[in-house]
Design a protein around this ligand. Structure first.
Ligand code: NAD
Length: 261
């Protein structure tokens, strides 16, 4: 049985096809850029088509044929047609999947409407499940035995956060979903690894919704004394996506500048 790293010459992700949800903004956009710069062909999926197109324009083109897919990760039909369309266009399923699509809808627990709780769970947790399931089915049917799925959790899923009962619960769920997916998909006949990244506070449009005074206080708690940059999450994504992490599955990597270590 052949095990271990597949050693490739040159770029770490060359000849790989990567699906990135939430690819139109923030961390997702940085992941698309990092992957493309490392040689991957990128399927940029987002519910906001204009921002996904902007990401596409920012990618190095060369011979790779990156593409945009309008997708709502909360809809099983939309996710099914995303994976089917990628297979039609590229004649293979993506062997790398990064689940970046996510939202916040903050409110204190005592005031939070059930719909607000549910909406965040649907995008962040169920959306991640639907994409993992659809992409894994396609990969297994293809018999490729080499996949890597990376899910965006959050450090606040571990420690809780004021006003984020919905968000923190969804992100704790992403970690458990990652571990179960890793256990079920690791076997040799499937060959799919599944890991999570837990960012701290990263300078993106999502973090920009946090009131400046709150962000200032957060920064004071970060040992490295600053917010993270989306590219600093993207480079960890590229490590987990690549064969450099060939014996890592089911783990959660914290990218927090030391916050809540
Ligand atoms: P962002 O708001 O900049 O980007 C999120 C993207 O997801 C947007 O392009 C949005 O259109 C897309 N999206 C939202 N709902 C969708 C849906 N139903 N279907 C498809 N796409 C959808 O956010 P970001 O900061 O780049 O966050 C990316 C991921 O990282 C999220 O899962 C977020 O929870 C997580 N995260 C972010 C931070 C941070 O500080 N920015 C910290 C921890 C975790």
């Amino acid at each position: 049985m052949a095990v271990g790293r597949v050693v490739t010459e040159g770029l770490r992700l060359s000849s790989r096809l990567a699906l990135v949800t939430g690819g139109g903004s923030g961390i997702g956009r940085a992941v698309c850029q990092q992957f493309a710069s490392e040689g991957a062909t990128v399927a940029v999926a987002d519910i906001d088509e204009d921002s996904a197109e902007e990401t596409l324009k920012s990618l190095p083109c060369d011979e790779q044929q990156h593409s945009v897919f309008l997708t709502d990760v909360t809809s099983p039909q939309s996710v099914h047609s995303l994976v089917a369309s990628i297979q039609t266009q590229f004649s293979r399923p993506p062997s790398i999947v990064v689940n970046c699509a996510g939202i916040t809808m903050d409110s204190l627990l005592l005031k939070m409407e059930a719909e607000t709780f549910e909406r965040v769970l649907r995008v962040n947790l169920m959306g991640t499940f639907l994409v993992i399931q659809a992409a894994s089915k396609a990969l297994i049917a293809n018999g490729s035995r080499r996949g890597s799925i990376v899910n965006l959790g959050s450090i606040v899923g571990k420690v809780g956060n004021l006003g984020q009962a919905n968000y923190t619960a969804s992100k704790a769920g992403v970690v458990a979903l990652t571990k179960t997916s890793a256990k079920e998909l690791a076997r040799y006949v499937y060959g799919i690894r599944c890991n999570a990244i837990l960012p701290g506070f990263i300078d993106t449009p999502m973090a920009a919704k946090v009131p400046p005074k709150v962000l200032e206080k957060v920064v004071q708690l970060v040992p490295m004394g600053r917010l993270g940059d989306a590219s600093e999450v993207a480079s960890v994504c590229a490590f987990l996506a690549s064969d450099d992490s060939s014996y890592i599955t089911g783990t959660s990597l914290e990218v927090t500048g030391g916050l809540f270590m």
